[in-house]
Ligand binder design. Structure first.
Ligand SMILES: NC(=O)c1ccc[n+]([C@@H]2O[C@H](COP(=O)([O-])OP(=O)(O)OC[C@H]3O[C@@H](n4cnc5c(N)ncnc54)[C@H](OP(=O)(O)O)[C@@H]3O)[C@@H](O)[C@H]2O)c1
Length: 240
């Protein structure tokens, strides 16, 4: 049994990862709304296997930077278990021409996709260095590899973490830490608006299969003499 620390456990890809692996492992999962998540708790999983924590990655208007950092950090400080697998999964995406983006959307997208994961990673990595082992899986997007119109802020916020994970990977190899970036193509979750999901769901990957891929990545990462580093998974018929 491994201990997973998973952000964005409530919906989409995170929820499917929990549904697939939650019975054989212990999960510490983050959502903004614990009550809503508990109402939707997967029937196949024992409630004893999960610790659900409430945390909003967006900064609050009344919050100072140091209060924000403290609010995020306290989550990892309160984790007593070793963390075997950290999955950086929470994310938001807004698609619009760059000159039309509101500053609040820009702020949220950077806080959720870049800044909160950076603060969490700092703590998780320190803990894993002490443990002398650990696996980090960063759910990234093909929007960091390929240029899409109207995806400027999403692409920038996700690319920032790629810069971080790639450099960090070189630092932490010697500590027996492994970092995997999953560059994922269109997947049928609520991150897409309803209209696109209706029209194009048959061209998207199912979140269940993304969870299956994550399970395989974890299995492959168990080989002691190699590191799975970057994996690209796209829909069978290509990008949307
Ligand atoms: N779906 C795709 O096509 C696709 C493709 C490539 C990469 N990805 C990446 O996959 C990851 C998961 O996305 P998804 O498709 O599963 O989307 P989703 O169904 O919309 O789920 C997003 C998750 O992020 C969490 N989240 C959103 N805002 C948050 C905030 N302010 N604070 C804390 N958590 C927050 C949500 O939790 P709560 O609602 O509980 O707060 C939810 O669990 C994202 O990083 C996304 O960039 C998705």
């Amino acid at each position: 049994m491994k201990t997973f620390f998973l952000t964005g456990i409530s919906r989409g890809i995170g929820y499917e990862i929990f549904k697939l692996l939650g019975n054989d492992n212990h999960f510490i999962g983050i959502t903004r709304n614990k009550i809503r998540f508990l109402q939707n708790f997967p029937l196949n999983i024992s409630k004893n296997n999960a610790e659900i924590l409430e945390l909003d990655f967006d900064i609050n208007v009344n919050e100072s930077w140091s209060e924000y950092v403290e609010r995020i950090n306290i989550i990892v400080d309160n984790i007593d278990n070793n963390i075997d697998v950290f999955i950086n999964n929470s994310g938001i995406a807004h698609f619009a021409p760059f000159d039309e983006f509101g500053y609040d959307i820009i702020k949220s997208e950077y806080f959720v996709n870049t800044i909160a994961p950076t603060i969490l990673l700092k703590k998780v990595v320190s803990k894993m260095i002490e443990q002398k082992k650990g696996l980090i899986i960063n759910i990234s997007s093909i929007a960091t590899q390929k240029t899409f119109e109207n995806a400027s802020i999403y692409s920038a916020s996700k690319n920032s973490i790629i810069g971080l994970t790639k450099s960090l990977r070189e630092e932490v190899r010697k500590h027996n830490l492994k970092i995997v970036n999953l560059f994922l193509g269109a997947t049928n979750t609520e991150i897409w608006d309803e209209r696109i999901r209706k029209e194009k769901n048959h061209l998207m990957i199912s979140p269940e299969n993304v969870a299956n891929i994550i399970r395989e990545i974890i299995k492959m990462s168990e080989y002691n003499d190699l590191m799975v580093e970057d994996i690209t998974i796209k829909p069978k018929y290509g990008d949307l």
